[in-house]
Ligand binder design. Structure first.
Ligand SMILES: *Cc1c(COP(=O)(O)O)cnc(C)c1O
Length: 417
């Protein structure tokens, strides 16, 4: 084997970044259930703090010393070393929730008076944080939808009179729950256009829906990639966590604010996520295979009006071009319009036997929900219509079950409508 051979991320998820000889030869990392770490001597304690608090640059050969579990902990460090591989990022920071990762990034890179440009619809928690909290601290916001062109967006920025205050562009693609696509490279062009020598406009992508396997935003010009690790990364619907990946400079900033907000993940959560990462690829691939079968079934069903699934985007459209460039799979999230409205949607949902009614996504079990009255109930009704989030829309997160069982379940529930 040549020296330059690189193992694929899925081959490194079992061992990368962990040294068994530091843990009694244990093949798996123990849970370092400890609040603090003993220094060998006072000089070492001083050196560790100098690096942790940014008082001096770390030397090339120097490892960041373990100090206190709010600052660092082996379970989190090993997890971050593995998680960053999927996005080919310099570094990663893990958090106690997706919202903790999102709010920390927004607080670190925005200041009062700045403008945040964001895509709509966003995850409900993010939307609330932007509209309520960021507004309260004097951050201006401008939104756009997947239907807007670059010209539309630039025009809106110019008309606001605040274009020179643009500091961050924040997007979610595909949009939840309709799978509408946003072109990351187009957003990067806008970010570059408004960046200057002394002010960089950061591009942030919430990649929860398609990452870390099927979309790699850093490759398309994003600076920060955010995850609710509660979803595909955790994958078993048994924990809440978040993550942020990017280059060394941005993650250093994110980690410093994390230290002072104290919203890092706990060691046990870090350990669970390492266990999840070992099967990440096979889980997600199985979920995508199942989703394709379900989407094709729904697409042929007489009681289904429309299926929102990346694998069904018509060829030759501009959306298909973005799909081909930005994604390497249609993913495992899909929505569909059932014939009728809320009554028919509820009848279908309440008659499912295997697929469970719950919000969240990306877990091993398939889930169903009704966006208009659940995850997107907080969106203004007129705007919901504009985004195609109507009463007939049903969202599915497809799991790892046998796809024939999923289709049987959907078939019998549709028959009762
Ligand atoms: C779930 C979710 C979040 C929030 O993550 P938590 O782990 O629940 O805090 C953010 N963005 C998207 C797209 C999500 O699906």
């Amino acid at each position: 084997m040549s020296k330059k051979y690189d193992f694929k991320p899925e081959s490194l998820m079992m061992s990368h970044g962990y040294k068994p000889e530091l843990s009694e030869g244990s093949i798996k990392s123990p849970i370092f259930q400890t609040s603090t770490f003993v220094f060998k001597n006072a000089q070492e304690g001083k050196a560790f703090f100098e690096v942790a608090y940014g008082l001096r640059e770390k030397e090339a050969s120097e490892e960041v010393g373990l100090i206190y579990s709010r600052i660092n902990n082996p379970d989190l460090e090993i997890l971050e070393t593995r998680l960053k591989l999927w996005d080919n990022a310099d570094d990663c920071a893990v958090f106690e929730s997706g919202m903790a990762a999102i709010s920390t990034v927004l607080l670190e890179f925005l200041a009062p008076g700045d403008v945040l440009l964001y895509s709509s619809p966003l995850y409900g928690g993010t939307d609330h944080f932007i509209k309520e909290f960021l507004k309260k601290i004097g951050i201006h916001t401008i939104s756009f939808t997947p239907n807007d062109t670059q010209e539309d967006i630039v025009k809106r920025l110019k008309n606001s009179g605040l274009a020179n205050k643009l500091s961050m562009i924040y997007i979610e693609t595909p949009a939840n729950p309709t799978n509408a696509l946003i072109d990351i490279e187009m957003c990067n062009e806008i970010a570059l256009r408004y960046s200057s020598d002394d002010k960089k406009v950061y591009l942030t992508v919430d990649n929860t829906y398609m990452g870390p396997l099927w979309q790699h935003p850093l490759k398309h010009g994003a600076d920060l990639v955010l995850y609710s690790a509660t979803k595909y990364i955790g994958g078993h619907s048994d924990l809440i966590a978040g993550a942020c990946c990017g280059n060394q400079d941005v993650i250093n900033r994110v980690k410093i604010l994390r230290t002072f907000l104290g919203n890092m993940a706990a060691p046990h959560t870090g350990w669970l996520l390492m266990r999840s990462l070992e099967t990440l690829k096979i889980r997600m691939e199985q979920q995508a295979t199942n989703a394709e079968q379900v989407a094709n079934y729904l697409n042929e069903h007489e009681k289904v009006e429309k299926v929102y699934y990346l694998g069904l985007i018509p060829e030759g459209t501009s959306e298909h071009k973005i799909y081909k460039r930005q994604y390497n799979s249609p993913g495992a999230m899909l929505s569909f319009d059932i014939q009728g409205g809320e009554k028919e949607a509820f009848k279908f949902i309440d008659n499912l036997k295997l697929i469970k009614l719950a919000v969240s996504l990306g877990g091993t079990e398939s889930l169903v929900e009704h966006p208009a009255t659940m995850t997107h109930a907080g969106v203004a009704p007129a705007f919901r219509e504009e985004l195609s989030i109507t009463e007939k829309l049903v969202r599915l997160s497809i799991g790892v079950e046998n796809h024939a069982d999923l289709i049987w379940d959907i078939e019998q529930a549709l028959a009762k409508v």
